[in-house]
Each structure stands twice: as C-alpha cells, then as structure tokens.
Design a binder for this molecule. Structure first.
Ligand code: ZN
Length: 497
C-alpha cells in the first residue's frame, strides 16, 4: 500500500481523524443510495461524485474497496418520517404502474446519469425489497434485546430505553429532551410510546401496494432498517466508512447507529462522512421553489434557469472544485467558469499524453523548476490526504499544467527537468485527472479523424496562400468549440476554453 497518512473528517467525533482500516488492505464503504421514484437531480449527483472520488482515491492508495450503495425501493415515506405514503407507491398510483416498474425505470435512469458522470459502479448494489427476510430478522433481534415493542402489527424502536445504555443523538448532536418536546403528535403516532420512537416494521393497510408477511402480520419495513440490513449483510456488523448527504444525518443515520448498537452492541461504522448540500443561485433546491434541476435538464440545457447545456464532465468538475463538506452553489456563471476550467485541464491532458521525453542538447538541470514541480505534486497529494480536498488538489494541478504547457511550447526544456522528473510530472498529472478525479475527455468517435482531416485541409490552404479558406476552416472549428493552434513547427487544435 502507498504510504500516505490519510485523514478523514468523522462526523461522529467532529474531528479529522487518521484513517485506519479495520482490516487493511480491505475497506468497507456503505453509501445510502437513491429512493427511485423520480429522475436523478443535483442532490443525487453530489454524494455519487463525492464517494466515487473517495473510492477512487482509496483505490489509488491500493486499498481494496468494497463499495456498497443501495437502491431504496420500498419504505421511504413522504416527509422522511413514519407517516404518509410510500414515495414509490405514490408515483406508481399516479402513473398507473406497478411499484416495481417505477423502481426499475428510475433505477435505470439513475444508472445512466451516474455513468455519464463517470462514477464507478458500486461493488454491490442491493435493493431493499430483496432483503425483507434480513430486515425481519433484525426486528426480531432488536425485540429480543428489549429495545423495541409491537403495537397493532407495527414494531417501533424504543428510543428512551435504548438511551439508558447508549446515546441517541450522538451523530447529529441532537438532544433527546429537545427532540421529545419538539415532536408533534402526528397521525399514527398514537401507537408510539414516545414521539421520538421510529418504525422498524409498519403494519400495511389493505390498499397498501408493497407488503410482505411477517411475524407481526402483513406489513413493510422501515426505511432506516433497510440500510442496517444491507450494510451488515455485505460489510459486517462494523465496517470502515458510512457515507451520505448531510440531510440523512438525522434521523436516518442516527437511527442506523441505534439499530446497529441494539443488535450488535457496536457502532455500525468507524467513519461517518457527509457531503454538504447544493444551493441554486443561493437558494435551497426544492420542487416547490421551481429551482429543481434534474441531471438530464442540465445535460440538455432544457430548464428555464439554464442559459446553456452543461456536459456531465463540467458538472463533475464543478463539484470537485469545492470541498465536499462545503455547500456548493449552482449558477450559470459558476458553471461557465467550471466549463472553462474543465477544458483547460483536458487540453493539458491531451498535451501531457502527447509529450515524450526528448532532451535538448546543451541545457542544464534547472533546480528551481524541478523544485516547483516536486512541491506542487506533493501538495496535490497532501490536499487529497487532508479529507479528500479536491478543491485544493485542483489548484496544484493547475500549477503542474503550466509546466506541461511550457514544455509543449518549448519555453521549458526537457533537459532542464531530466527524464525522471519529466515522467513524474506527466504521470502524476494524467493519474490525477483521469484516475483520481475521474475526468474524461468528452468526445465522439469521429472527433479525432475529423479534426485531423480539417487540419490537413487548413495546412494545405495555408501552403497555397488561400487565406479565405484558412479563415473559413478556423471559424468553422471555432463554432464547434475548437481552436486552431498554429505554431512554428506544427499545427494542432485545442478545446476552446
Ligand atoms: Zn441509508
């Protein structure tokens, strides 16, 4: 394994902690996946890109990551509490579909959008409906511990009883007394001993669409229980990293911790990581606010708030330019700046790939240049080791990019770096952009041959002094987002930044 001292901000301790895998080189990571009842939006993209980058960086460090991200296809009720309709069943009724048709449709579209963002697939992607027996077994185990009770075919977790031996609220910092006094007595809560108790299993009314037999009658599992069942099944009763959006910290993750402790007498995960939220022009994103943007709308530009389409890699790059624990504000201005930055990096990637060490005669090693390159490389990795600070790492990559561009234009000599440092510069830049940050060059199959052909015609027109033709080709390429790089000894192209 590479010797890096990785630090991770642990929401549980509210500190950056040195990362120690439970069983190196293996790392178990569970991330709460989508509830599949609608198109993926920015709120789905951020955790997907964040934990994909965590996965990529851990893999770069030679950890062997088992990344489990679930699909919630039952039990997630409106308002994220124990009342209201199941989100998927509600959509199924509206569209006159089977709930599983809804789940399948939006699982497929989620996969399509996450692939566009170049996120690696999880190692295991379990579905809640495929783990009903495991969930029933967990309810039985919690009942056997005396930390749950059954009422009218529903089973609730007894938070007060649990809190006698453990600490409910330790992840989110919520105080139990305040939670109790702040709880409203909502519909269905009459069954609970205390309004802070949460459902492990809910009795299903006859009209309920998704339901299963259980020792307590026909019903369906609670949302929080699903993640405990699937994470413990595939990663064990204690694993390394549990991730998700900050909005899931309470009650969802708090309840997962309670369930894990109730069954196994230990916290389910060592490190709890939470990505921050996304705002749109400074406002919280919400359907009722009219600023809810799906990824497909971003990719096509088909939304009243968008001035243009933004490519998947522009979105990915944009997310990486902020640290995952900072809020990220979407605006056309910020996205256009991200598009420029992304294109700069990709132009650098193309150049870096094309460069081969070819020493000039008579040039000496330039210690200052070497030292600048070495320190930018070290700083980029230090940033990643410091709680995956992609924002800072990208800043250092731009310093490396300057050196790459200078080599390309001949201002910086290969000989002044020497072969070892040149290769280190080239390899680090490529590895960082492609493997760690997961940024790809977005292009069609025919792009390279078409551009070569056009540049050949450009060059012939230039030789023939047909400057109208030269200008026409230049303008045509520009309209397609490419610039002609007409240099002394060569003609090349680049993405317009
Ligand atoms: Zn979850």
């Amino acid at each position: 394994m590479k010797s890096h001292q990785l630090k991770i901000y642990n929401t549980l301790s509210r500190e950056k902690e040195e990362f120690q895998a439970i069983n190196p080189p293996f790392v178990g990571m569970y991330v709460c996946g989508p509830t599949v009842y609608g198109d993926a939006h920015l709120g789905h993209a951020r955790p997907a890109v964040t934990f994909d980058t965590v996965n990529r960086y851990l893999s770069y460090l030679d950890y062997r990551v088992r990344y489990v991200r679930n699909i919630t296809d039952v039990g997630h009720l409106q308002g994220d509490a124990d009342e209201g309709e199941d989100k998927i069943a509600k959509k199924a009724k509206l569209e006159q579909l089977e709930p599983m048709e809804v789940a399948q449709q939006y699982t497929d579209s989620y996969h399509r959008d996450m692939a566009a963002l170049n996120t690696w697939k999880p190692s295991i992607e379990p579905r809640a409906t495929g783990h009903i027996p495991e969930q029933i077994a967990l309810v039985e185990a919690i009942l056997a511990e005396g930390l749950a009770y059954e009422v009218n075919g529903s089973v609730y977790f007894d938070v007060l009883k649990y809190n006698e031996s453990y600490k409910y609220g330790k992840l989110s910092g919520r105080i139990l007394d305040e939670l109790m006094s702040g709880s409203r007595d909502l519909d269905g809560q009459g069954e609970k001993r205390n309004p802070v108790d949460f459902a492990l299993w809910k009795n299903a009314a006859p009209e309920h669409l998704m339901k299963w037999d259980s020792p307590w009658g026909i019903g369906f599992p609670g949302w929080h229980l699903e993640c405990t069942a699937m994470s413990s099944k595939y990663l064990g009763t204690q694993f390394d990293i549990h991730g998700g959006g900050m909005d899931l910290m309470f009650p969802h993750h708090e309840c997962e911790i309670a369930q894990g402790n109730a069954c196994n007498h230990q916290d389910p995960a060592r490190y709890w990581m939470h990505n921050n939220m996304i705002t749109i022009n400074g406002q919280k994103m919400g359907k009722s606010l009219g600023n809810f943007i799906t990824l497909q709308e971003l990719f096509t530009g088909d939304h009243k708030l968008l001035e243009q389409a933004y490519s998947p890699m522009t979105i990915r790059y944009f997310m990486l330019t902020a640290h995952y624990r900072s809020t990220l504000d979407f605006s056309n201005e910020a996205l256009q700046a991200a598009q420029k930055g992304y294109k700069k990096l990709i132009n650098g990637l193309r150049i870096a790939r094309s460069l081969e060490f070819s020493p000039e005669s008579g040039a000496d090693l330039d210690e200052k240049q070497i030292q600048q390159i070495e320190s930018s490389i070290a700083a980029a990795f230090r940033a990643m080791d410091d709680d995956f600070n992609t924002a800072q790492a990208i800043g250092h990559l731009f310093n490396l990019l300057k050196k790459i561009n200078s080599i390309f234009t001949g201002q910086l000599k290969y000989s002044s770096l020497g072969e070892e440092i040149f290769n280190k510069l080239k390899d680090t830049f490529i590895t960082f952009v492609v493997d760690i940050l997961g940024l790809l060059e977005e292009k069609s199959e025919v792009q390279e041959p078409m551009l070569s052909l056009l540049l050949k015609l450009y060059s012939e027109a230039k030789t023939a002094r047909d400057y109208d033709k030269v200008d026409e080709i230049r303008a045509g390429l520009k309209s397609m987002g490419f610039v002609v790089k007409d240099m002394k000894e060569k003609i090349d192209w680049a993405y317009e930044e």
